[in-house]
Design a protein. Structure first.
Lengths: 428, 512, 251
């Protein structure tokens, strides 16, 4: 179907503010094809069904909206954890602050470094998983990313990895507009834990393509916060092989506009995919979790757990879908989205979907929204706990059910502690 | 593995009665025959002239003609909606008859005694009593009627709509004594213009959506109900819709007004002959419930679903909406959707009055190549409003069954509640079951809970039933009836039996 | 210690008077029991004293050691020593029993100007108290009241009472849903806390709990008022003859 003229105009305006980076053959081809995809789809507009609950304007406009730099004196996230650090400042790789790009069982490269090469292993994945994720729903911001990403990290995991890889983002410029594209290839039987944290830029468009081969495992823990003025659109495209595992958790605190899309395709039998998120929003916070899980193999399990606590007019969005393709028998699909509204101005908008074409399945979803449980609050207060402390306690308990989805105990404890710290700072 | 002596729980509510009923009902689509009767048609296609002609045939006043023409003009600029998960060939709206009337109805019969015997036979064959001494059996022969209904001598007034016109309405006198107006909408436009003018289009505006707009332009007949303040309607009201003529769209319009403190229970049934070519049905139902009023609206939709290869069947595009306008008003929609090739239908409640309540109970069964995209909208505007949604979708063969719903809590709808339970059952690996709920919560004193599950018929339950001697189809019918029990219980008794049997018939050929 | 004078209370949502002039005085170190038929206003009294939303005091006063209770937030009432053992303790998923109690203990200590109890001290104390009430370590780890049996919930209430060391304890139908053994365990827990200037108000429908917790004074409540007060023998009278006789006698 032909695009409406305003959409074409908005798309061209955005593209004209960008420049295709110099690339070698394989990458140039991927970028060119992605640029065509963007033009065919058009960038998101307010009336698009998939953007019904989230106004895409600030993510699409040619220039990034100004965002003040957030200064704080807190210990960095994941501080005490032994990890391989890779640092980006406003989307630009910071070699001095980063560890050497090497590690046991790992092949790590920068996209910008290999861009000029004529051939690279990432060719089979870069923009490829993104393209697969464009059906049945358009994700034009991801295609835009594939075309214009200035840099990114390419990781190939071949064997035993001794410590997590940690991507750290810093925001220094009030008008930075960063586009990063990472590719993770976890080969058969290998496993990787990837950590991400930090405000990346005034506006951040990030795509991560993850290929998890047979019997491989990918664990992802991400902290977005506590900066508030950022605007971010992130995509994860994951493809899972036989008996593989993919687990991703995101903590989102503050942020004027955060849209996290996670697109998972279970292509091998007996694979497991878990996606979870805990979000804490205040004032003009807008946090959107959009998840699309496709079951295209037998006896796979998927699980989505998303919790949001909203107050002072904050908006929380959840769009989650489980698609079970014909033949994907013995599917176990679960999805829960819940929000706690701490006052009358906040809102929760949700579209939890199931689309199922196989009969031997057990799929369910639940969604609830409401105020804090008055009985529980009273019970706590009757035991002498002040109202605000009691509210925080119940808030943490509510979000803990999402944090508990993190498998690794150290990381789980780190996220729980971080959440508690951020919550108490907010109250103060 | 379960051992034989372990008791596998068969879903509650499936009793011997059901099993017997399922056994008794043989054959496939029971209502596929056609009445051979001479018809008056308006020329094929849709133009302003056709709209005027329909208006003239119904002897309508000018304001009504203008209202239709306005709708027609708006319709021209509207597009068919494409968002539903249904797929059907392009409908040629100019290749349809928009008006068909039995010749014998040219002069409106003064009483039921004057109605063409062929028409009366048609309804008798459908099990619809147009003689006042009969009670509505719901299915052929009073033998199937539950004993309770016979003992209670429950009366049901019927308005029978045959293609484009209402052929008669029973129990007029008794209803009149109670102050209840129950007649065809064409009679209402003539006899009660003040009520029609005030309420028609006030719930479903002329330009609401493509099909509703089309209906507003060309609706030929339908039912009208007005229950005055404080009156509890003395009997169930019922409309029976029958499409008979070929290539004819049916566009009926129903308007139900329950004034302050009134109560009415309304039943709707529909069938059509078996034909190779699909037929269009686009109805609009509007309900207005004023303060403390209560309306129950039950539907057993059994339009011809098409054959096993997906040939023919009714395209059913229906807009049903209730406006709980008054405080403490209550509307309950119950539907059993077993027919039609394509169903597009979302009976909804606007909960405007404080403390008003909306309920939606639905069973949608699709088999062979049927497609259903159905659900509800609960729009909470008033304080302390309550809504409850129970949807049971059953999909077999190569059918697609979608629940689509909206629960919206507006900022002013303080202390409101919604509970939604949405379950799908799949029979066979070539069908689909989908759930598309929209949840919008804009205040924090309201609570919204949504639960949905999708599964197949439980193997252990099947085995248990079969070990006790049932064949697969019987067992499936039994289990499905249990699965849908909560909705079946919400139906008036006359319909509950029919619905249970329909469940079995609709699923024939779904296993093995 | 607890002084209630002419307390009149109605529901916030509807114009329904529940308490119609309650007068009651519980002296330090004594156990008072309130008995009465269902709907007489017993539980309402406990909720109003502890500060639950949904009730409006239209007249009268309630003080604890001179503090105006009605003017305080629920946690402030708890901090000055008021404890309510709930009839139906709420389940709080996600909040560990131990975390909950430690937060409560320290919040109260803070409000009273005491130093917070450190984790070791706290652990030692709670283990000792839990042992006395036959509460195992597993129960302390689980979320507050989640999945607890009726008896476990009530024992947990008494454990909290023991940990928080209140001055004035209100037990709202603590016997409901308990078998004889569980009731005895709970009663022993309560009895261990008697004395030391602590006041008790035991709300119950049946006399049986009072066999285990001997009251000093028994009050009969009906239709929002205390209609008769007396010694422990009053409870036995109810047990034998039901409420009918007493109510018709005072009518």
């Amino acid at each position: 179907m032909a695009l409406a003229q305003p959409k074409i105009t908005a798309t061209e305006e955005r593209l004209s503010a960008l420049r295709l980076p110099e690339s070698g053959v394989w990458l140039a081809r991927a970028r060119g094809a992605a640029q065509d995809r963007v033009r065919t789809m058009g960038l998101p507009a307010a009336r698009d069904e998939y953007w019904k609950f989230t106004p895409p304007g600030t993510l699409v406009q040619p220039e990034a909206p100004q965002a003040a730099v957030f200064r704080h004196d807190e210990a960095p996230v994941f501080d005490g954890i032994e990890r391989l650090k890779i640092v980006f400042v406003d989307g630009v790789f910071d070699a001095a602050a980063s560890d050497p790009l090497e590690g046991e069982g790992l092949q790590i490269e920068r996209l910008a470094d290999v861009a000029a090469q004529d051939i690279h292993w990432a060719r089979d994945l870069y923009g490829v998983l993104e393209t697969r994720g464009q059906t049945p729903v358009d994700r034009p911001l991801a295609a835009l990313n594939t075309a214009y990403a200035s840099d990114g990290i390419l990781i190939r995991v071949t064997g035993h990895v001794s410590k997590p890889v940690s991507l750290i983002y810093h925001h220094e410029s009030t008008s930075s507009d960063a586009i990063l594209h990472h590719v993770m290839k976890v080969e058969e039987g290998a496993s990787l834990t990837l950590l991400e944290n930090g405000p990346a830029a005034a506006r951040f468009n990030k795509v991560m393509e993850v290929d998890v081969a047979d019997s491989a495992a990918f664990h992802h823990v991400r902290a977005q916060g506590r900066d508030h003025e950022r605007r971010a659109a992130t995509h994860i495209f994951a493809r899972l092989g036989r008996e593989s595992t993919f687990k991703s958790f995101t903590l989102t605190v503050n942020g004027k506009m955060t849209r996290n899309e996670c697109v998972i395709e279970l292509t091998g039998d007996d694979a497991v995919a878990h996606v979870a998120g805990a979000a804490l929003g205040d004032g003009d916070f807008h946090g959107d979790d959009t998840v699309f899980v496709t079951h295209d193999a037998v006896n796979c399990e998927s699980r989505q757990v998303f919790k949001k606590v909203l107050r002072n007019g904050a908006t929380g969005v959840f769009q989650g879908k489980i698609l079970v393709k014909p033949g994907a028998q013995q599917t176990d699909g679960y999805q829960i989205s819940q929000s706690l509204l701490l006052d009358g101005d906040s809102q929760f908008l949700a579209k939890p979907e199931l689309e199922i074409y196989a009969d031997d399945v057990a799929c369910s979803h639940g969604s609830t929204s409401g105020a804090i449980d008055e009985d529980a609050l009273f019970y706590l207060r009757a035991r002498g706990i002040p109202g605000n402390v009691a509210t925080d306690l119940l808030t943490l308990a509510f979000l803990a059910q999402a944090v508990d989805e993190i498998e690794d105990e150290t990381l789980r404890t780190e996220m729980a502690a971080r959440l508690e710290g951020w919550l108490s700072r907010r109250s103060g | 593995m379960a051992t034989l002596d372990q008791t596998t729980e068969v879903k509650e509510g499936v009793d011997q009665e059901t099993v017997d009923a399922v056994r008794e009902v043989g054959g496939k689509y029971k209502y596929g025959w056609e009445t051979d009767i001479e018809m008056d048609y308006a020329p094929k296609g849709l133009t302003e002239d056709i709209v005027r002609l329909i208006s003239t045939k119904n002897e309508e006043p000018q304001w009504m003609t203008d209202w239709r023409l306005e709708a027609y003009r708006r319709w021209l600029s509207k597009k068919e909606p494409e968002w539903a998960m249904v797929d059907y060939p392009q409908i040629d709206f100019q290749d349809q008859y928009y008006y068909a009337r039995p010749k014998s109805m040219e002069q409106k019969p003064k009483s039921l005694d004057d109605v063409d015997p062929k028409l009366l036979d048609t309804y008798a064959k459908l099990g619809i009593p147009l003689k006042e001494q009969m009670i509505l059996a719901g299915v052929e022969g009073a033998g199937d009627t539950p004993a309770e209904a016979r003992d209670g001598e429950r009366k049901v007034a019927v308005d029978a709509v045959f293609d484009s016109v209402s052929v008669g309405t029973t129990f007029q006198k008794e209803l009149k004594n109670a102050g209840v107006i129950f007649c065809s909408i064409s009679d209402a436009i003539r006899d009660h213009p003040e009520l029609v003018k005030k309420y028609l289009g006030s719930v479903v505006p002329v330009s609401d959506n493509f099909y509703a707009t089309l209906n507003s332009a060309v609706f030929s007949d339908g039912s009208f109900v007005y229950v005055p303040p404080g009156v509890r309607c003395p009997m169930e009201l019922s409309t029976y819709f029958r499409i008979n003529a070929e290539n004819t769209g049916q566009f009926e319009r129903t308007l139900i007004i329950a004034d302050k403190g009134a109560y009415v229970s309304y039943l709707e049934g529909c069938t059509a002959p078996q034909r190779d070519k699909s037929q269009l049905h686009a109805a609009v139902v509007e309900i207005i419930a004023l303060e403390d009023a209560e309306v129950k609206y039950s539907t057993v939709q059994n339009w011809y679903p098409g054959d096993e290869d997906g040939k023919g069947g009714i395209y059913n595009f229906v807009t049903k909406r209730a406006d709980c306008r008054g405080d403490r008003s209550k509307v309950m929609w119950t539907q059993v959707e077993t027919g039609s090739a394509v169903t597009w239908k979302y009976p909804s409640c606007i909960l405007r009055g404080d403390d008003s309540q909306g309920e939606f109970y639905s069973i949608a069964i699709t088999n062979h190549h049927q497609q259903a995209d159905t659900g509800t909208k609960m729009v909470h505007l008033g304080r302390n409003t309550r809504s409850r949604i129970v949807s049971k979708g059953i999909s077999a063969g190569q059918a697609q069954n979608t629940y689509r719903g909206l629960v919206s809590m507006h900022p002013k709808a303080k202390n409101s509640r919604n509970f939604t339970q949405c379950d799908s059952l799949l029979i066979g690996d070539r069908c689909g079951a989908h759930t598309v709920p929209y949840i919008e919560v804009k205040n924090n004193s309201s609570r919204v809970e949504h639960e949905a599950t999708t599964s197949k018929v439980d193997d252990e339950q099947m085995f248990y039933c079969r070990q006790r001697g049932m064949d697969e189809e019987e067992a499936v019918a039994l289990i499905v009836n249990g699965f849908a029990k909560e909705v079946l219980q919400a139906l008036p008794m006359e319909f509950a039996m029919e619905a249970q049997q329909l469940v079995a018939i609709s699923l024939e050929g779904s296993v093995g | 210690m607890l002084e209630i004078k002419g307390l009149n209370v109605k529901l916030e949502e509807e114009d329904k008077q529940i308490l119609k002039g309650v007068d009651l005085s519980v002296e330090a170190g004594t156990v008072h029991a309130i008995m009465g038929p269902n709907g007489s206003g017993k539980s309402t009294l406990s909720y109003v004293l502890s500060g639950r939303d949904g009730y409006v005091v239209t007249e009268g006063s309630a003080t604890l050691e001179g503090h105006d209770l009605l003017d305080l937030e629920p946690e402030e009432r708890a901090a000055i020593g008021l404890f309510l053992a709930f009839q139906y303790p709420v389940e709080i998923p996600g909040v560990g029993n131990m975390t909950f109690l430690r937060t409560a203990v320290n919040a109260q200590r803070k409000a009273r100007g005491l130093e917070e109890m450190n984790a070791t001290e706290f652990l030692k104390l709670i283990r000792q108290k839990a042992k006395e009430l036959q509460i195992d370590a597993d129960m302390l780890k689980r979320p507050v009241n989640v999945g607890f049996s009726g008896g476990e919930k009530k024992r947990n209430e008494i454990l909290q009472m023991a940990m928080l060391e209140p001055k004035m304890c209100i037990l709202d139908e603590t016997d409901s849903g308990l078998d004889v053994d569980a009731m005895k365990l709970v009663a022993d827990g309560v009895n261990a806390l008697r004395g030391a200037g602590r006041g008790f108000l035991v709300i119950t429908h049946y006399q049986r709990l009072l066999n285990h917790i001997q009251p000093d004074v028994v009050h009969i409540m009906s239709d929002g008022r205390i209609v008769k007060s007396g010694g422990p023998e009053l409870a036995l009278e109810v047990e034998e003859n039901g409420y009918g006789d007493i109510l018709s006698e005072v009518a």
